[in-house]
Design a protein. Sequence first.
Length: 413
Amino acid sequence: MNKKWFWLAIPALVILLIFWNIQKSSSTVADDILLQPEFGEFIVSVTTTGELQAKNSTEIRGPSKARMARIWNMKITDLVDEGTVVKAGDYVAELDRSELTSNMEETELNLDKLTSQLVQAKLDSTLTLSQARNEITNLGYNLEQMQLQMDQAKFEAPAIQRQAEINLEKAVRSLEQAKENYQTKVQQAIEKIKIVEADLAKEQRQYDLQLEVSTGFKIHAPENGIVIYAKEWNGKKKVVGSTISTWDPVVATLPDLSMMESITYVNEVDIQKIKLNQTVIVTMDANQGKVLHGTVTNVANMGEKQPNSDSKVFEVVVEIDESDSTLLPSMTTANTIIVEKLDSVLYIPLECIFHQDSVSYVYKKSSAGAVKLIIDLGVINDNFAVIKDGLAREDHIYLSAPDNADELNFLPR
């Protein structure tokens, strides 16, 4: 019975050994993935997300003279939907008039007050000058009386004659002084009236200006186009309830859709690679199959901080080369900026490259097995690196380090 079980166990043991060898061989093959260097065009690029905007656009603005009317901020109370197609003169938005109305009421009160002051000044001047003219008339009569007394004193004693002379001289001087005072009072009255009239004219101009500004609180399109909401300093769109200021009275824009550009931001690590006139491949999130081409037209010199981040980004403007009626402002784009393009070069995946100190190397398959091979690297993109020296197209290299990597030495070059 024991011999019988022995001879039955031998075939089973053989089958187990064969299965174990097959599994070990499969595992080794799977671990040691080999590949050959690729040869051809090599592209170094920076990929960013951007947002479309029109290169040129017409601004739809609030009243231009609001600051002169002492209006500093205006709230948007009504606004047509974004994307509305309008013609020149069509209604677009309306602003809150409460501050303007308050200012106009104050100006009206000032106008009434100054009008009353002007009437009073004219009445006062009339009365004052009338009294001055009466005084001159009376002094004229007094002068005639003193002249008569002088004539009659010719036959009197010298003392009486002298007194008559003195009285006549006094009368002459009083009349002359009264006439001079009258001219002064006339000038005073004129200047006083001028001051009030100037203040009144100033308030009237202010009121006329406020009336003119009030017409601008209902905003109309300056030309044909599609309405796109303007943005505030923080990037948020201006909507109903938003406030515009006299320094930035833009409510919306009418973009020229024939020329579009993508506004994107590049991090401070990659910005040194970005130059003017570099080619850009632009794709649309809204239409994955659409591929456009663009050109870098502006690179910001100063960086700005991203919200909730300490890193800085730099604004880059990419002008779209093609004209496409389906492109609309605020659409999201993916921008691949071509930094460098090389023809007919050898390159390998970054996963194949290992580093020791300042040396870069790969594991190459040879007739004797795996060997360490030092290589010279060229430019690198997100996935591959150019091989300047050390490998040939026909070589086979390991995608990952072989099991005996620690035992291998560098192959002399």
